[in-house]
Design a protein around this ligand. Structure first.
Ligand SMILES: C[S@@+](CC[C@H](N)C(=O)[O-])C[C@H]1O[C@@H](n2cnc3c(N)ncnc32)[C@H](O)[C@@H]1O
Length: 311
């Protein structure tokens, strides 16, 4: 859900951009086509304060004023709420830092959205903000967390943010906001992931979803940072059952639960997907999100299999 930029076409799925550009009623229809629950999605474009090594290009970290999502577009989108649709998903680079974020929440509440799901870095969850936002209908926060150890998480994010994140999640959880966490399958954090899954469950009653890293222009080395298929298989075989997958091919650990917060399920459709020759005729393809292009380019078909086929 990063903003549209020159390199979008290289690594993101154009159908998702059509979704993001659609008006509220058309979005509901597209979600139905994807087998997802009715919802309107508001994308707010503005700068993020984190500097995650796999994400932080100039389009994410420094958004000029002229490219901030303007208020009239926000209001028009919210005013288009189809009758009976009460869920609003909010995404973007860092929606909670958009100058009109609170105005948007208040407006959403006024026009009839009663269930709001927010994609956020989780760094703005002060007591006052959680209190105001829940009064306007905030029900779910969809937040990335990369490690249970502060220093490791902070190194991924390129900022000192772990302690603030944990405090904010504590406040959101205490206020009755559902916490949905996701992390990426990274070489640098793999050793900490079981501890992270337990922390998610024990501290915030949260599910942890693991998502694939995708290539992003020349920001980092995909092969050096992403788990190989063998490393991913080893990780998943050691993960407790309360860990789910999002954005992973359906044949990867097929018995494990899929899904995260709805806004993240949509987000992880934005990766440019491909299918390998081994996927031809695969019975799982209808519910498979495909394979991240960089994985196929780096490791080919390794770790992918048609159900029933011997690998
Ligand atoms: C673009 S951010 C926006 C929301 C918020 N500011 C945040 O930090 O999560 C949404 C999610 O995109 C994921 N993401 C960003 N770059 C990625 C990449 N190269 N590969 C896989 N996931 C990525 C991160 O896990 C992040 O949680």
């Amino acid at each position: 859900m990063a903003r549209m930029s020159a390199d979008v076409a290289r690594h993101e799925d154009p159908t998702v951009h059509a979704f993001m550009a659609a008006d509220a009623p058309a979005q509901v229809q597209i979600l139905r086509g994807w087998g997802m629950a009715d919802a309107v999605t508001l994308i707010l474009n503005n700068a993020c304060e984190n500097r995650c090594f796999f994400c932080a290009n100039a389009g994410v970290t420094s958004v000029p004023r002229s490219e901030l999502t303007p208020w009239d577009r926000i209001a028009r989108h919210l005013d288009g709420r189809p009758q009976g649709v009460t869920t609003l998903l909010i995404g973007g680079n860092e929606p909670a830092l958009h100058p009109d974020f609170e105005r948007a929440l208040a407006h959403a509440h006024a026009v009839g959205f009663t269930h709001i799901e927010l994609m956020t870095s989780g760094l703005q969850l002060s007591a006052e903000q959680v209190s105001r936002w829940t009064a306007w209908g905030l029900a779910v926060v969809a937040v990335p967390i990369y490690a249970a150890q502060a220093a490791l998480h902070d190194a991924v994010c390129g900022t000192r943010c772990f302690d603030r994140l944990v405090d904010g999640l504590d406040r959101a959880h205490a206020a009755g906001v559902r916490v949905e966490l996701h992390t990426l399958a990274l070489k640098r954090t793999v050793h900490d992931m079981a501890a992270l899954a337990d922390m998610a469950r024990d501290r915030w009653s949260a599910r942890l979803a693991i998502a694939p890293l995708r290539d992003k222009a020349s920001l980092f080395s995909y092969a050096a940072e992403s788990l190989s298929p063998d490393e991913l298989a080893a990780l998943l075989s050691a993960m407790p059952p309360h860990v789910s997958l999002v954005g992973m091919p359906a044949c990867v650990d097929p018995s494990r639960a899929r899904g995260s917060a709805q806004v993240m399920d949509i987000y992880f459709r934005t990766q440019l997907r491909q299918y390998a020759p081994v996927c031809d005729g695969c019975g799982l393809q209808e519910r498979c999100p495909g394979v991240v292009a960089a994985r196929l380019a780096t490791w080919g078909e390794a770790g992918l299999a048609r159900p029933g086929a011997t690998t």
